[in-house]
Design a protein around this ligand. Structure first.
Ligand code: 5GP
Length: 209
């Protein structure tokens, strides 16, 4: 009886050759969180600290805001153009957020990853969920804002009851997000410097794996 098992990929290829053939891609880091959480600032600061990080520029139908640059902040498209992209299966994920359409472009992300860039996606929960469902490997981070108003009062009044209440509410928001189970880390952005340091450690740990 012949007991030699045939390797499914093909026995003739030697190991070093096989390794050479596997192109190493950059990784995906998903950042979500409500507006006002300070995501944009955090992303900018952490990108300064990790040079291999780059930002995924999404397509959106929303109007350009003052100070934004086409191709840097977003690719600003018409609803018709967005629908064409949708029909052509151009998105890794897409969603309607506050009445506007947003989508992550497959081609754009692929090109960056092939250059071994680690790509940061600032996308909402719906988009993060789609990536999770498609089983695309990624690091999922959710940023929560402390209530600035509350924070200000807390500091002014040193009101311990208010501090307790705020901590309770933040904790409950954190538990809600954590219980959905698809975010690896839920971080409260209560101190930019501290959070940037934390993000740097988390992201470096993931991309160096
Ligand atoms: P803004 O219009 O303020 O830049 O972004 C509004 C929201 O849309 C943010 O929560 C942001 O994370 C989300 N967003 C931006 N680009 C994308 C995208 O490509 N896909 C998804 N799903 N959400 C996005």
């Amino acid at each position: 009886m012949n007991t030699v098992k045939k390797h499914p990929i093909g026995i003739s290829q030697s190991k070093p050759e096989k390794i050479k053939n596997i192109k190493k891609l950059g990784k995906l880091i998903i950042i979500s969180g409500p507006s006002g959480a300070g995501k944009t600032t955090l992303i900018r600061k952490v990108m300064q600290k990790i040079p291999t990080l780059t930002f995924s520029v999404s397509a959106t139908t929303r109007a350009i805001r003052e100070g934004e640059i086409e191709g840097i902040d977003y690719f600003f498209v018409s609803p018709e153009e967005f629908n064409d992209l949708l029909r052509n299966d151009a998105f890794i994920e897409w969603a309607k957020v506050h009445g506007n359409l947003y989508g992550t472009l497959k081609k754009h992300v692929k090109e960056l990853r092939e250059k071994r860039k680690n790509v940061i996606l600032d996308i909402d929960e719906q988009g993060a969920n789609q990536i999770k469902k498609k089983k695309i490997p990624a690091l999922f981070i959710y940023i929560l804002p402390p209530s600035l108003e509350e924070l200000e009062k807390r500091l002014k009044e040193r009101d311990t009851e208010r501090i307790k209440e705020m901590t309770r509410r933040l904790q409950s928001a954190k538990e809600q997000i954590t219980s959905k189970g698809f975010y690896d880390h839920v971080i409260i952005n209560d101190d930019i410097k501290k959070v940037v340091k934390k993000l740097k450690i988390i992201i470096e740990g993931y991309i160096e794996k």
